[in-house]
Design a protein around this ligand. Structure first.
Ligand SMILES: Nc1ncnc2c1ncn2[C@@H]1O[C@H](COP(=O)(O)OP(=O)(O)OP(=O)(O)O)[C@@H](O)[C@H]1O
Ligand SMILES: [Mg+2]
Length: 359
């Protein structure tokens, strides 16, 4: 699949942009603060319904303006389509002109994988960063997953509120069982998805990692381990019972899939703790390329790859190995210098103060 055209109106630093893109490698180069990342953001938000840079929608609107528009024409194997996004007091999405009621209805219309500098936090950051990675990947492929996750988070919020009522208003403790029952049921369903996708990552990541680290060194063995507090509904229910007393004291739920995590090991050591900078960066790249591969397997089409800050994120070796691994994907690359990716069909755009001109 590929994006044919992007139109932006009052989005970030763009007043008016209307550009057609190539279905191969699109290289967008220009000085800092010209609007490179903002273009990728407009693609990301059209694919996943939210930004990777902010949770505040009003930041997406050009300062001094009241509303922003993003329009993306895409082509898939069997159909073409248009995603339109209006951002004002709230976000409204349209697919081929038809207003979409739920955010989950737009996810998956175009499939993307973003690789950008902050991704290093998947390795170096806390468990929530890794859950986010997993959740975004699964949501793109399984709309039901996002529903489950939202229901879980809502139920969790209700349970937490009730825990506080037990502590401060002497509410009945046994009524917690209603929430426990619901939470543990949702937990076991979410667990199944996460376990399934960790397994898919496990099947592919070692080979991919070897391909991108292949520079004459001894081969690294990369492993991934999923960490969850249970598997079955019964497990989760028992855990909730075990921690009930402490949960009441704390006023929040200390066990459940909202605490899930995964670990990545290279040659038997946790790369988040013991890995070198280079190993950490390469591990993120391996994860991202594995994501790309899994999406392809599931939908039978190559997802779009967004690579922000290409030169500063990856050294020459990794860049070369990366482009060897990418085959038929449409790719958007941003960088500050004009570069060409070897053996690929490059289309180059120069960006200057929100104006994009084909070189
Ligand atoms: N809502 C907004 N209204 C107007 N300008 C904005 C808005 N949000 C961000 N900007 C500006 O957009 C400009 C371009 O940002 P962007 O992150 O796309 O730059 P970039 O080309 O990726 O730069 P770098 O090479 O430093 O990463 C910045 O100067 C930023 O201040
Ligand atoms: Mg940038």
């Amino acid at each position: 699949m590929y994006i044919k055209r992007i139109k932006l109106e009052n989005f970030r630093n763009y007043e008016n942009l209307d550009v057609e893109f190539s279905k191969d490698f699109n290289l967008i180069y220009g000085n800092n603060a010209q609007g490179k990342t903002n273009i990728l953001e407009s693609i990301y938000i059209s694919a996943l319904g939210r930004s990777f840079q902010t949770n505040k929608d009003n930041e997406l609107i050009k300062i001094g303006k009241e509303k922003a528009n993003v329009e993306i024409d895409y082509v898939r194997k069997d159909r073409e389509g248009k995603i339109t996004l209006e951002i004002a007091d709230k976000k409204t999405f349209y697919i081929n002109g038809i207003k979409q009621k739920r955010l989950s209805d737009i996810i998956g219309k175009i499939n993307i994988v973003l690789f950008y500098p902050d991704n290093i936090n998947i390795i170096k950051g806390g468990p929530s960063e890794r859950r986010k990675f997993l959740d975004i990947m699964i949501s793109q492929l399984k709309p039901n997953y996002l529903h489950l996750l939202n229901r879980y988070l809502k139920t969790l919020e209700q349970r937490n509120a009730y825990l506080k009522q037990i502590k401060f208003d002497n509410k009945r403790e046994d009524l917690l069982e209603i929430w426990d029952e619901k939470l543990s049921e949702l937990s076991s369903e979410i667990y199944k998805y996460r376990e399934e996708y960790i397994e898919k990552i496990r099947e592919k990541i070692e080979t991919i990692h070897n391909k991108i680290t292949n520079c004459g060194k001894e081969q690294e063995k990369l492993e991934i381990f999923f960490i969850s507090s249970g598997k079955t509904q019964k497990d989760f229910l028992e855990k909730l019972k075990e921690t009930r007393e402490i949960d009441i004291k704390r006023g929040f739920t200390s066990t459940g899939i909202h605490r899930d995590d995964f670990e990545i090991y290279i040659n038997g050591k946790d790369v988040g703790i013991y890995g070198s900078q280079g190993q950490q960066r390469t591990s993120v790249l391996s994860l991202k390329l594995t994501e790309l591969n899994i999406i392809y397997d599931e939908i039978g089409e190559e997802p779009i790859l967004l690579l922000d800050d290409f030169m500063s994120e990856l050294d020459e070796n990794r860049r070369t190995n990366l482009t060897k691994v990418i085959d038929k994907n449409q790719v958007f690359i941003t960088c500050t210098d004009k570069i060409l990716v070897e053996n690929k069909n490059n289309t180059i755009y120069h960006i200057n103060n929100a104006k994009l001109i084909k070189d």
